[in-house]
Structure formats: structure tokens, C-alpha cells
Design a protein around this ligand. Structure first.
Ligand code: 73E
Length: 803
């Protein structure tokens, strides 16, 4: 109860800081509440763990090199069913919970959609009472913080641990050794079995930090285990100088800041093996406590490989089965296949991980031997199956002096899934077609999902309360119940209430924009939002070109009617991705021009919010009217911000790409704005090689005028950047068909403006979007993973309340 909470809170504050509420800083209050929560859910955590152990339940382990939870306090409070009590209790003490969560650092151990998906899944797995755990890296520095200086992106380190982390527990007793480098050869042991003998290995210690993943009001607390590197005591003498120590500690120091891109650096490879080896060793160690025979491990353990970054799970698991458990190759391979499953997240060529043989051999000699043998056996077996030998060249793991990680992941997994219908189809028919012909039964689709608890219940409380009053509260447990809202699509009172909630969120965002960027925007304008990593294929440039067109229209005809719009961007560019940084600079300079031009009379505003992250998304998404999902068809595997924006009542403008297609199917053609060429047309262009960007430039005066603005000084301060953009389109033939889609994009935008003017119509479309967003609940997605891939079951007895 509230009273109990107040008593406990004061007591804890006094124990921790010898202070009263009046004297404590927000950080001290935050730490006090965090520690109180931590003690409270620890017994559930222990109980969950005991239950899994006693029931010997099969558990899934989600291996991901990225997790992107954002802030945890509010979501933990919600899931513990403490939120209201704590808010009221704190209010009584004169404290606003929001002031406490303000001091929490975003946990940003991920780049974008892939890492955020992993965290939505963690929430959903626990909330569905499923036995599933995360396994990853505890980066000392998360994704860089973004600043704009003169319109350029500048990166600052994200020292997120500097103020402590109330949610994690260091588990020294669960540390394991991970070995790198050295030489290995095989020797026969007493039983005639070949065993590896190692020389000159580098031994590192992997120390786990565990964070409770709290289920939604079900007393289940699963675990996200993140590994940190240390120098083992036994090796201390080897690393004397600061520099030597630094090289070791670098291993888990920073997250690689590239999204949808593979950088072939040794430290990255070492990171991959580090968390894979530590995770698998700890799983096998736990398995032994069950006292079940090792060849049945697949009945108790499922390992999921989130993209190829953890693909070394396959040879590492083989290594342990062979070298430590004494299995034969055939036995080891049989269990490995049954344990492993793999999700592909992208078909972008530059994201495909390939490691030079020499690098792998040097860093991980035993693992390389095992990969060689997997490859050899794959070739041997496949030769018997196929007539056309060229298929082997295209599918084997080791080729052209490289180790192809996707091939390894596919060959070693019983399940391979894409993340949206179209994406999974493209995997089967184009990208992984050869593998599909070899292993058709392994391929399946699991469309991504989102944690509605974070993205609606927590992020959008005005909307949540309208929903409660309109359709009751069951949607909070079962997002598919949002469908009931459809009964109110012609109820003006409900539409008004929804509009009022949106208005409140827009005012909230407008205040943030004022505070952080000192730009005044009107909540009466259309809030048009594109939030995602900056990447050429996502086509922020298409958005910018449309904005420039609007600006030019206004300039040419200052008194014409133009419905006010605020274009809102949030995007980080990988520090080494020059073109993406160029686009940022161009958007910022255009913003500067447009926002300060008196002719515009505030009808057009451009806001590029600095440092886009989970917490900022939680403010932007509820305030969005328009959701920009404008990637070139076939390039965005799924997208997940598209789902979050829809759930919050934004109307989508989209290409037929990724999960946009499923959004269209859910809301109906008339409640989404589809434009642009289809994935088939994209492939046809590739096939026929007939795309000519310059012809669009020559024949379309609007395109010409817009592109000229990049190079003729219309937009100031982008001499080199404007030229670079211009050249990318005209000289290098517009890799992502921006000019091809421009006209239809502009038309779709005009339709949006017309529609928005018809308030009632717009409100109805918005309602239909909210009502149909329940199908994208990550709870449903993870249940499908649990049933089809992992074969895990929810805990049966999980409500036994203790003490
Ligand atoms: O379409 C998104 C997808 O929604 C895709 O681009 C993203 O994954 C999301 C979740 O499924 C993604 N990220 C990466 N690959 N696909 C990636 C690749 C290498 C490094 C970091 C991230």
C-alpha cells in the first residue's frame, strides 16, 4: 500500500544516505527507490529461477550483441504493479516520479531496431511467463551521444555507468574463462580420442552482470546476463603496463556504432566470441546441475542467434560437446542443430559478416578447425544431394579466403527466420534461395513486434486513459482488445477525446523542442516524424527533398495556402558513415534556412532532435501525426518504429517494404498512404539495368529545381555536402531510387495534407490505426518463437506470492 511504501522508502533513504526526503537530491531519491524495488523483486527472481530448476524446464537463451532497454525504472514499476502506488506515495512526499526517472541513464547497448527488438522480446518473454534469458555484452560505453555543432554530427562517449546501475548484480561466482590466440594441435588421449592441446593461449575472465527482466504483473523475473572482461588473477603478472591492461579491457569497452553494417575488425570478432563462449559455458555448467545426460541437452536448452554476430555459438557449442563432453562429431552435430536457431535481420550486402580466414585462425585456432570441419562435411553431404556443383560454391562457409557467418548460422541451425512476411519471402526466393532449396523446412517467418507496455501504457498516458474510459482496461493485458475501439470510429466524443490526448502529447513535444533546440512549433501543425538510424536506404533524403519542394513552393508563392507542418527528425549516423553525416548536415542547414525565413511565416518548420534514443522516442512517438516509413522497397527487413507510431495513432506514409505491408493489411488500403515502386520493380531494374536517374532530373522540373538547391547556394553552408548529395543522385545513378519515387511521394504527401484538413476523417483513420496495432504485440511474436522454434512452455505455477 501507499503507506507501507512511504514508510519503507523513508527507511531505505535513511539507511542508505542518512537523510530525510527534504535533503535528498533526485539522484539519491532515484537510487533509494531503485534499491527498494530491487530488494522487492529479488525474491521473485530467486523463485523464478528455482521453479525453472525444479521443473527442469527447457529454457531459451537469446544471444544478442546488442540490447537496447532504455530506462528501466518506470517499466519495472509498471510490471511490478507498483506504478500507481509509488507515484501516489512519492507525491505525498512532495516528489514527482518523473524527476527521479529524469536522472536515470538510458541503457543504450544497441544501435537501433535490432537491439531494441531484443529488449522488447526480453520484456515480452518474461511477461508471457516464458523461461527465456538474454545473453550479451556489458559495454562500458553505450552508443555515442550525438551533438550538432554547426549542423555537423559530433560524437561524445556515453559513460552510462558513471552514476552506477541499480538494476545489475555482479556475479563473481559465475565468472568463466574465455581463451584466445595461441596454437592448438590434436593428440590422442588414453582412450584413443583426439583431444586438443593448447600452447600460449591468452586467458581472459568473463564476469557476468545480471539484470532482472520483470514480467508484467506475473511475479516472473527472468535474467539478462551481460558479460564484462577482466584479467584473471592467474594472469595478472603478464599484463604489467597500463597499456597492456588497456588492450584487454578494451574488449568490452564500447559498442560498435554501426547499424546494418559489418566492420571487419579484430576487436569486434573478439567481442563476438567472448560473449558467445562465456554464455555457452555458463549454460552447459547450469545444465550439469540438472544431472541429465549431455546428449539430451536440446530437451532443456534452446539457443537463439540474433543476426550473425553470435554465429560462433555453433562452433563453440561443438567445441564444448567434443572437447569437454567427449561426444563424437556426429552426436555433437546432432544436438547442436537441435539447440540452435537463427534470425536474419537484413539483406543489405554491407551488413553480411565475413571474416578473413587468417584473422579467425589467429584469434580462435580451435574454433577455426571446427568451422573447417563443418564446412568440409557440408560440402561432402551437399555433393550427394545436388547436380549443380555451383550451388556448393555459393553456400559453403569457407570461400575466397573468408568465413561467411550467415552460411555458418544457416548450416548449423534447425530454424532460420526473417522478421516480416516480405523479408522472409525474399530470403527464400532471392537472398538465401540456394539454402532454401537445400533446407526448405528450416525457413519460417516471425514478424517483429513491440512491447506495448512501454510504447503505449508508459509512453502515452493520455491515450491510455482515453482507452481505459472507452473500451475498459483489458487491452493492457491483451493488446488485441484494442480492436474494440473500432466500435467508436464514428463516435465524435471518442474521436475528440483521442484528439485531445494527441494534442496534449504534441504540446509536450513542442515544449521539449523549445527547451532543447529553442525552436517554436505550433501543436496545430501536422507533426511529421521520421525517426530511425540515418542510412541511405531509409531515404531521409527523400523526405528532405519534399521539404525543399514545399519551401520552394512557398517562396514562389508566399501568399498561397500551405497547411502548417513540422518535420521532425531523429537519427544518428555511424561515425564513419560519411554520406549519412552529409545528409544530417544538409537537413540541419535546410532547417536553419527554413525556420528563419520570414516568408515562411511559420508554416514550415524542421526540427532535427539531437541524440535520438529510446527515451526521446517515448516523447516523440505519442506526438506524431504522420509516420514516415519510406525505405526503398525490399531494403528494410521489417522496421519497428512503424508499429510504435501506428499504435500511437500516427498515420503512415510508406513504401511497400518490411512490416509496412502488414500494417496496410491490418488497417486497409484507405487508412495508410502507400507510394513508390514495389520490390518487384526494384528487382526488375536491377535485372534490366535500365534505371536512369539523370532522366528524371532532365524531364521533371520539380526534381531539377529541388536538386539545384543543393548546389546553387539556395541552402547555405553546404558547398561540399550539397555537391556530394547531388552527385550521389546524378553521377552515381541514385542507388536507392530516390528520384524514381519522388513524384509519387509528393502526391502521397499532398493527400495527407488534404486528409488532415478533414479533421473528422483524419481522426477516424488515426483511431483505426490504434485499434489494429494489437497484432504487432511482441507478446504474440515471442509466443510464436516459443511454440515454433524454441519449444519452450510457460511456467505453470507462477502466481505463488511469497512473503
Ligand atoms: O528493419 C530492421 C529491423 O526491424 C533492420 O534493419 C534491423 O533489425 C530490425 C529488427 O529486426 C537490423 N539491424 C541490423 N541488421 N538489421 C544490424 C546489422 C549489423 C549491426 C547492427 C545492426
Amino acid at each position: 500500500t501507499k503507506e507501507q511504501f512511504i514508510t519503507q522508502f523513508k527507511k531505505r533513504l535513511s539507511e542508505k544516505y542518512a537523510m530525510g526526503v527534504e535533503d535528498a537530491s533526485p539522484t539519491e531519491l532515484y537510487n533509494t527507490l531503485g534499491s527498494l524495488m530491487h530488494s522487492a523483486y529479488s525474491s521473485d527472481r530467486h523463485h523464478t529461477w528455482r521453479q525453472y530448476l525444479l521443473n527442469k524446464q527447457k529454457q531459451a537463451y537469446y544471444f544478442s550483441i546488442e540490447f537496447l532497454p532504455g530506462k528501466l525504472m518506470a517499466s519495472n514499476l509498471l510490471n511490478m504493479d507498483w506504478l500507481e502506488t509509488v507515484e501516489e506515495g512519492l507525491a505525498e512526499l512532495g516528489i514527482d516520479l518523473a524527476d527521479l526517472t529524469e536522472v536515470e541513464q538510458d541503457m543504450a547497448l544497441g544501435n537501433g531496431g535490432l537491439g531494441r527488438l531484443a529488449s522488447c522480446f526480453m520484456d515480452s518473454i518474461a511477461s508471457c511467463g516464458l523461461p527465456g534469458n538474454g545473453n550479451g555484452i556489458r559495454y562500458e560505453y553505450g552508443l555515442f551521444k550525438q551533438k550538432f555543432i554547426d549542423g555537423h554530427q559530433v560524437e561524445l562517449p556515453d559513460d552510462w555507468l558513471s552514476t552506477g546501475n541499480v538494476w545489475e548484480v555482479r556475479k563473481d561466482s559465475k565468472a568463466v574463462d574465455v581463451c584466445f590466440y595461441g596454437q592448438v594441435h590434436l593428440e590422442e588421449d588414453a582412450n584413443g580420442k583426439l583431444k586438443p592441446v593448447y600452447k600460449n593461449q591468452q586467458v581472459l575472465r568473463a564476469v557476468p552482470y545480471d539484470t532482472g527482466m520483470i514480467g508484467y504483473k506475473n511475479n516472473i523475473v527472468n535474467n539478462m546476463r551481460l558479460w564484462s572482461v577482466e584479467i584473471p588473477n592467474s594472469e595478472e603478472s603478464k599484463y604489467r603496463s597500463l597499456e597492456e591492461r588497456r588492450t584487454i579491457e578494451d574488449l568490452t569497452a564500447v559498442l560498435y556504432p554501426d547499424d546494418s553494417n559489418a566492420k571487419g575488425q579484430m576487436t569486434r570478432l573478439a567481442q563476438e566470441y567472448f560473449f558467445v563462449s562465456a554464455g555457452i559455458q555458463s549454460i552447459v555448467r547450469y545444465y550439469h546441475t540438472l544431472k541429465e545426460p549431455i546428449h539430451r541437452i536440446h530437451e532443456y536448452v534452446a539457443i537463439h542467434i540474433n543476426d550473425t554476430h553470435p554465429a560462433l555459438c555453433i562452433p563453440e557449442f561443438m567445441r564444448i560437446m567434443l572437447d569437454e563432453e567427449g561426444m563424437s562429431w556426429e552426436e555433437a552435430w546432432a544436438v547442436t542443430l537441435k539447440v540452435m536457431s537463427y534470425t536474419n535481420h537484413t539483406i543489405m550486402a554491407e551488413a553480411m559478416e565475413k571474416w578473413p580466414i587468417d584473422m579467425l585462425k589467429q584469434l580462435l585456432p580451435r574454433i577455426y578447425q571446427i568451422i573447417e570441419e563443418i564446412d568440409r562435411r557440408f560440402v561432402e553431404e551437399t555433393e550427394l544431394k545436388v547436380h549443380d556443383r555451383s550451388i556448393i560454391d555459393r553456400t559453403r562457409i569457407i570461400n575466397h579466403n573468408q568465413v561467411h557467418m550467415a552460411h555458418l548460422a544457416i548450416i548449423g541451425s534447425h530454424s532460420i527466420n526473417g522478421v516480416a512476411k516480405l523479408h522472409s519471402e525474399l530470403l527464400k526466393t532471392v537472398v538465401l534461395h540456394d539454402f532454401y532449396s537445400l533446407y526448405p523446412a528450416r525457413f519460417n517467418n516471425k514478424t517483429n513486434g513491440i512491447a506495448e507496455r512501454r510504447w503505449l501504457q508508459l509512453a502515452n498516458r493520455p491515450l491510455s486513459s482515453v482507452l481505459d474510459k472507452t473500451i475498459g482496461t483489458s487491452w493492457r493485458d491483451n493488446p488485441e482488445d484494442l480492436q474494440q475501439l473500432l466500435n467508436y470510429q464514428d463516435d465524435q466524443k471518442v474521436l475528440n477525446a483521442l484528439a485531445a490526448a494527441k494534442r496534449q502529447n504534441k504540446e509536450n513535444l513542442a515544449a521539449l523542442i523549445k527547451k532543447t533546440q529553442d525552436i517554436t512549433v505550433s501543436p496545430d501543425a501536422i507533426f511529421d516524424v521520421q525517426i530511425k538510424r540515418l542510412h541511405a536506404y531509409k531515404r531521409q533524403l527523400l523526405n528532405l527533398m519534399h521539404i525543399i519542394k514545399c519551401y520552394q513552393d512557398i517562396k514562389n508563392n508566399p501568399d498561397s495556402e500551405f497547411y502548417p507542418r513540422v518535420f521532425i527528425f531523429g537519427a544518428k549516423a555511424a561515425p564513419s558513415y560519411a554520406y549519412a553525416k552529409t545528409i544530417i548536415k544538409c537537413i540541419n542547414e535546410t532547417a536553419n534556412l527554413v525556420n528563419n525565413d520570414p516568408d515562411v511565416k511559420d508554416r514550415l518548420k524542421i526540427v532535427f532532435l539531437e541524440n535520438y534514443n529510446v527515451s526521446l522516442a517515448e516523447v516523440i512517438i505519442p506526438a506524431a501525426d504522420v509516420s514516415e516509413q519510406i525505405s526503398l522497397a525490399s531494403k528494410e527487413a521489417s522496421g519497428t518504429s512503424n508499429m510504435k507510431l501506428m499504435l500511437n495513432g500516427a498515420v503512415t506514409i510508406a513504401t511497400l517494404d518490411g512490416a509496412n505491408i502488414e500494417i496496410r493489411d491490418a488497417v486497409g488500403e484507405e487508412n495508410i498512404n502507400i507510394f513508390g515502386i514495389t520490390e518487384q520493380e526494384v528487382y526488375d531494374y536491377y535485372e534490366s539495368n535500365t534505371y536512369s536517374a539523370v532522366s528524371y532530373f532532365e524531364k521533371d522540373p520539380v526534381i531539377r529545381r529541388v536538386l539545384e538547391a543543393f548546389i546553387d547556394g539556395t541552402i547555405p553552408n553546404i558547398q561540399s555536402e550539397g555537391r556530394e548529395v547531388f552527385d550521389s543522385l546524378i553521377r552515381y545513378n541514385d542507388e536507392f531510387f530516390v528520384l524514381r519515387d519522388f513524384e509519387s511521394y509528393v502526391k502521397a504527401q499532398e493527400k495527407i495534407t488534404e486528409c488532415y484538413k478533414d479533421k473528422r476523417k483524419w481522426q477516424k483513420i488515426s483511431l483505426i490505426n490504434i485499434a489494429n496495432a494489437g497484432v504487432f504485440s511482441a507478446d504474440e511474436t515471442v509466443k510464436r518463437y516459443a511454440d515454433d522454434i524454441w519449444q519452450i512452455e510457460p511456467v505453470t505455477e507462477y502466481s505463488s506470492k511469497k512473503g
